[in-house]
Design a protein around this ligand. Structure first.
Ligand SMILES: O=C[C@H](O)COP(=O)(O)O
Length: 249
């Protein structure tokens, strides 16, 4: 059975003091929820975040990792390093990694494989750019992103996969996909997975929507049957907004 998930991707925001302050507010105010609630602070504050949340159900996840086990990759972080501090879930394929750090589908497939080999959970991000949607190419782009990184996995590996559909044109722009656009794409994703893997996997994978989710639009977006939660950027940096979004699930 798929779970409901609200995850906050803090991106390159929040120093240590700010991290501890935001987590103190979140853990004090977090409502009881059946949803999984996750936060992804920057690498250097993961340990502090784990410590701050040790009495909380809020999970700490990483924003990225390298595909190699170890070695001469200056500035990079391995799966073992994350596991060593108790972080077992990692975001892979965020559009900012693709756009600004040259992460191709091929690299992302390696990262997914490396994380799964260590039994980590992967929150795999993907989504079309505005030009793709305008040229009516968005379904083909999304399907190819999934195919290149995930459709070669064994069906059993999918229990460790969370999907986050994030149309690039809606990230940090204030422009949100309508609830209908999100539902249409999420339903398409389940159909693609049904064809490529099987219906059981398609029905059980959690598919989150990301892109300018705010307290004011979360209820409507989360009400759609194929939307299992959200990956939240800007609004995850404001405790009351993130909590309101968790309440919307
Ligand atoms: O990872 C989160 C997404 O990029 C969404 O960011 P946003 O909510 O600021 O649009």
């Amino acid at each position: 059975m798929r779970s409901k998930i609200v995850a906050g991707n803090w991106k390159m925001n929040m120093n240590l003091v700010e991290t501890e302050a935001l987590l103190a507010q979140l853990s004090a105010k977090m409502p009881d929820t059946k949803a999984e609630v996750m936060v992804a602070p920057t690498y250097v504050n993961l340990t502090a975040a784990k410590q701050a949340l040790k009495a909380s159900a809020i999970q700490v996840i990483a924003q990225n990792m390298h595909f190699a086990e170890s070695g001469a990759y200056t500035g990079e972080i391995s799966a073992d390093m994350l596991l060593g501090i108790g972080v077992d879930t990692v975001i892979i394929g965020h559009s900012e990694r693709r756009a600004y750090f040259g992460e191709t589908d091929e690299i992302l497939a390696k990262k997914v494989k490396a994380a799964l080999a260590k039994n980590m959970r992967v929150m795999f991000c993907f989504g079309e750019e505005l030009a793709d949607r305008k040229s009516d190419n968005h379904f083909a782009i999304v399907e190819s992103q999934l195919k290149n990184a995930l459709f070669n996995l064994e069906a059993s590996a999918w229990s460790k996969i969370i999907l986050a559909y994030e149309p690039v044109w809606a990230i940090g722009t204030g422009e949100t996909a309508s609830a209908e656009q999100a539902q249409e794409m999420h339903a398409f994703i389940r159909t693609s997975i049904t064809k490529a893997v099987n219906a059981d996997v398609a029905n059980n994978v959690s598919i989150l929507y990301g892109g300018s989710v705010k307290p004011g639009n979360a209820v409507e977006i989360f009400s759609k049957p194929d939307v299992d939660g959200g990956l939240i950027g800007g609004a995850a940096l404001v405790a009351d907004d993130f909590i309101a979004i968790v309440k919307a699930i």
